[in-house]
Write a protein that binds this ligand. Structure first.
Ligand code: RIB
Length: 299
């Protein structure tokens, strides 16, 4: 599978805390670690570790060397990553509590310097039938979605994080939506997962939809049937990048021609492994680890 991932690259400053800091509170953290991250970078690493041929496009500043090194070490092509003089790399301030849950504050930095000239320069090397993966952490996304549709690329979209503008983006050419319940409700409405899924199917009748449901696993409408997969329970250390790991593994399996049920199983297994480790990109498993994890559970 050949895929272009046009997405964010962040330095993640991860603070281990007893609980998330409250309004007006000053809280000492127990540990600070710096990890490579960004939904875009994490998903490129996951795609590549799952076996896809990945081209990452995006922008970093002069301080983005760690992120380029991370992508290259994971086997991702950085031909379309621009290192901008005078710009600051995007970053995330992440609190991780004792149960492994996180909350994330973003600074866009160079991620917000993607413009139409860069989009044209990158997309000219891709042809109808090539995959394009997007998240919502870079600028000029409406232009990118529009040009991808005009060029006949196969678009997979992880609409994360949700912003007030996102429901108004040109989404009619998206082939695969990969989203959680909050993102699903913002685009498809509804209170229960069933209502959300039905709302998404009504709004995007040509799209395939993967809805992740936290502890209840994930469902996928593949255009013909509904697939379900429960989670693999593990002790949560850090949930950061679990969704990104899921996305990369799911799409790679689909790109290999596997059915959505198999893709969901692999994606949930990979996400479970990521949750049991610290950090974003460093927590994403290799394909062999995912296979061993599944076979140890008789799958
Ligand atoms: O999905 C996790 C990612 O969200 C983190 O790596 C952080 O950088 C933010 O983009």
């Amino acid at each position: 599978m050949r895929i272009l991932n046009f997405g964010s690259l962040n330095l993640d400053f991860v603070y281990q805390v007893a609980h998330f800091v409250r309004p007006g509170e000053t809280l000492s953290s127990e540990e600070l670690s710096t990890f490579p991250g960004g939904k875009g970078l994490n998903q490129s690493v996951a795609l590549s570790r799952a076996g896809a041929e990945v081209f990452h496009a995006g922008c970093v500043g002069e301080d983005g060397g760690l992120l380029l090194d991370t992508l290259r070490e994971a086997g991702v092509s950085c031909r379309y990553v621009r290192q901008l003089a005078g710009a600051r790399t995007g970053h995330a301030v992440i609190q991780v509590d004792q149960s492994g849950q996180n909350c994330i504050l973003l600074f866009g930095g160079a991620n917000q310097m993607v413009g139409e000239e860069m989009i044209e320069a990158v997309l000219k090397d891709f042809a109808p039938g090539d995959w394009l993966l997007l998240q919502n952490e870079i600028s000029a996304l409406p232009a990118l979605l529009r040009r991808a549709g005009e060029k006949g690329l196969r678009v997979a979209f992880n609409p994360s994080p949700i912003t007030p503008e996102l429901p108004h983006f040109p989404l009619e050419n998206v082939e695969f939506f990969l989203l959680n319940e909050v993102e699903g409700a913002a685009l498809g409405g509804g209170g229960t997962p069933e209502e959300t899924l039905n709302g998404l199917r009504a709004r995007f009748p040509r799209a395939k939809i993967v809805l992740t449901l936290g502890g209840d696993g994930a469902v996928c409408w593949d255009g013909a049937q509904l697939w379900r997969q429960g989670i693999f329970p593990v002790e949560a250390v850090d949930t950061t990048a679990a969704g990104d790991t899921f996305t990369g593994y799911f799409l790679t399996a689909v790109g290999e021609g596997l059915d959505a049920g198999t893709a969901l199983r692999r994606a949930n297994a990979a996400a479970a492994i990521a949750v049991s480790r610290k950090g974003a990109a460093p927590s994403i498993p290799e394909k062999a680890e995912v296979e061993a994890f599944l076979s140890a559970r008789g799958c």
